[in-house]
Design a protein around this ligand. Structure first.
Ligand code: 9MJ
Length: 675
């Protein structure tokens, strides 16, 4: 290819890659398979490697990072980067509205733009002639640090503006943050490699941006959500804050999909309540809501006080991190014998609930934290996950603090504890001799996603085992009304109901049965794959490890757990007894019938009336569909029950097919192989 056509090819590749990364990262609506994107990217890298003189500042290759800097240079913000005033109660928010109105003419009622307050790092981006030329941290608001190389690696930041109509010079502000999933992923990696983990996603984002080597930043899952325009050269292009943000979206920036404009402070209160209720379900941490007077003219009239605008306020949510006292550490034995240290805390209100226990995971984690009994610790509860201890407040350690000592024997059955080479967890060697493991195995067997034995809760299982009524899950099916009616907290009616529920559970499906056996590392998805692959239980039980590895998503570790489980005499006996005592499922032919939804991806959202979401998921899977947790352009159909929220909105925005509950029932009714 001649130089001129090669150069034209390079320009075309840049255009294509810009377009597709915008589709993928900003609109979440990919138009190309990942492999094709990668192929175009490699082609671009090859041409640039052969012709380094053709490299441009906006080339997508800039995303991979550049040579390390020796230090960050300083950047003066021509328009200072402001902070926000905070309020912590509805009353204070109403006071804010009153102050605003008192300053404005009687005739005007301000409308407010509402945005989630992201908990990240505030950053300014400068574009000249549509090209990103500078990225800077907020610093003290007047002088920040030049982090241009680092921001270029963030895929949701455009290196070159999209669309048209943008001013010659544009300064955009927003928050760089790390979504929770990415945070969990890099911490999991850190734990496995050098033991270094970040305390929370905010620290992880800050640490990633502070890198002098932008190739490290490039490996971190960062995003930027834009919430403001600092100044534009030339004539004003819009009259309201929200209009400006919508233009930013057209020009290639990620702007919160939660952005709304409301016409009164009551609308702000409702928005706050709605997002607070959905906080745990968001993909990123937010620490409150920001309300801004939407009209730029009114913003101008209101002006600033010291370092914060009068026209904006942050209404903070209850904190997700608090400090409390670690009173004691207890050791719990789980279903697989893993012994978990559990921190007993002075109760503390954090992330919307009162927390008095937190998992300490294992002794590696205790060593990493350097935590002792008697310490004050930072407890974090975010995103509906189990509360975690993330830090010790070393300055507050009392002289009386004592080390946490690993037990040598199981706190329940006194069998020796073992630590497998390379594993961080201590495990009880007692197997099903251990009362704790037996109880946990039976609780799991009875649980909703397993055999779904209605009314057989954790307390009852413990009582049955403690009274010597059952030793294994198979014994459940020998229980009689007479045996259990006289137990504490029982009675004739509940006993009859439980026996009826046990009887009902006899009729199940193979995936459920496999899942309920509680084999290590075999979750619902693996159980489904195993059932699909082998068709029947005897075939699975007879499979070698090599044959097991053939199953989708089964690796050598899962295969060895499966093989060991079915090689154990005790387990084979339990499985045989369960079948003898009436547990059964449809045969392979029936299960493997037509799969009219094969190859499709479905998403369930909202509340269903005629069934649980779990049941609907199972039925869809039986028809061959993959059931995903979030909506993207690849979703084939969204089934939305009552009060469906953001997933429904996203489906509509992306033009994905949506059906209601009746529509879902019609799909089930018209498919022949429903259980
Ligand atoms: C955050 N942190 O999400 C502002 N912010 O506006 C939003 N911060 C802000 N707006 C003016 N959504 C100064 C800071």
């Amino acid at each position: 290819m001649s130089d001129s056509s090669l150069r034209a090819r390079l320009a075309a590749l840049r255009d294509q890659l810009h377009h597709h990364s915008y589709q993928y990262y900003v609109l979440d609506a990919p138009q190309l398979p990942d492999a094709e994107y990668d192929r175009l990217f490699r082609e671009l890298l090859d041409i640039e490697a052969a012709h380094p003189e053709w490299l441009s500042a906006d080339s997508p290759s800039q995303r991979v990072g550049a040579e390390p800097l020796s230090s960050f240079s300083q950047v003066r913000h021509e328009t200072p980067m402001l902070s926000l005033d905070n309020v912590f109660s509805e009353q204070e928010l109403l006071d804010f509205d009153r102050r605003i109105k008192a300053r404005l003419d009687d005739a005007v009622t301000p409308t407010y733009a509402c945005e989630p307050k992201l908990d990240g790092i505030a950053v300014s981006l400068l574009y000249v002639d549509g090209i990103l030329v500078r990225g800077a941290t907020r610093g003290d608001g007047r002088v920040g640090e030049d982090i241009t190389q680092n921001v270029k690696t963030i895929t949701s930041i455009p290196l070159r503006l999209h669309g048209e109509g943008w001013p010659e010079e544009l300064e955009v502000r927003g928050e760089i943050y790390m979504p929770r999933a990415g945070f969990e992923r890099i911490n999991a990696m850190g734990r496995e490699t050098d033991g270094k983990v970040f305390v929370n996603p905010r620290n992880a984002a800050a640490g990633s941006l502070r890198q002098l080597d932008s190739r490290i930043t490039a490996k971190r899952p960062l995003e930027m959500s834009c919430y403001g325009i600092a100044h534009q050269e030339g004539e004003a292009l819009f009259t309201s804050h929200s209009e400006g943000l919508l233009r930013l979206r057209e020009w290639g920036f990620l702007v919160s999909p939660e952005l709304r404009v409301v016409d009164s402070i009551e609308g702000c209160v409702a928005y706050y309540q709605d997002l607070l209720a959905r906080r745990d379900g968001l993909a990123y941490d937010i620490d409150g809501i920001v309300f801004k007077v939407d009209s730029l003219a009114l913003q101008g009239q209101l002006g600033f006080v010291s370092r914060a605008p009068r026209w904006a306020i942050a209404h903070k949510f209850p904190a997700q991190e608090e400090i409390t006292l670690l009173r004691d550490v207890e050791f719990q034995v789980g279903r697989t014998g893993a012994v978990t240290p559990v921190a007993k805390l002075e109760p503390v209100f954090v992330g919307g609930v009162t927390v008095s226990n937190a998992s300490l995971h294992n002794f590696d984690e205790i060593g990493r934290l350097g935590v002792m009994v008697g310490d004050y610790v930072v407890v974090r509860r975010a995103g509906d996950v189990i509360p975690q201890i993330v830090q010790v407040v070393v300055e507050r350690r009392p002289d009386s603090a004592t080390a946490i000592v690993a037990p040598l024997t199981c706190p329940v059955c006194e069998s020796l504890l073992e630590r497998a080479p390379g594993e961080a967890v201590l495990r009880c060697s007692g197997g099903l001799v251990c009362g704790a493991q037996r109880k946990e195995a039976i609780k799991h067997f009875a649980s909703r996603k397993a055999m779904d034995i209605d009314g057989l809760g954790d307390k009852l299982v413990e009582q049955f085992v403690d009274e010597g009524l059952i030793e294994s899950v198979a014994d459940l099916y020998l229980l009689t009304v007479e045996q259990i009616a006289n137990l504490e907290r029982m009675g004739q009616k509940s006993a009859e109901n439980l026996i009826a529920a046990l009887d009902k559970s006899r009729s199940t499906t193979l995936p459920r049965f496999l899942y309920s056996l509680g084999i290590r590392e075999v979750g619902e998805a693996t159980a489904l794959n195993l059932a699909k692959h082998f068709g029947g239980l005897p075939e699975l039980m007879a499979a070698s490890e090599d044959m097991l590895i053939e199953v989708e998503d089964v690796g050598p570790i899962v295969a060895s757990h499966l093989h060991a489980f079915f090689a154990t005499e005790f387990n084979r006996d339990v499985v045989r007894q369960l079948c003898e005592r009436g547990v059964h499922w449809p045969s392979a032919q029936k299960q493997g019938g037509a799969q009219p939804l094969a190859g499709q991806t479905w998403v369930l959202t909202g509340n269903l009336e005629s069934m649980t979401r779990g049941e609907a998921k199972e039925k869809l899977q039986a028809l061959g569909a993959k059931v995903a947790g979030s909506v993207s352009a690849k979703t084939d159909c969204v089934a939305a029950g009552a009060s469906a929220g953001s997933k429904l909105a996203k489906a509509e925005a992306l033009g994905v097919k949506v059906i209601d509950e009746q529509g879902l029932l019609d799909v089930f009714a018209s498919s022949s192989n429903v259980e």
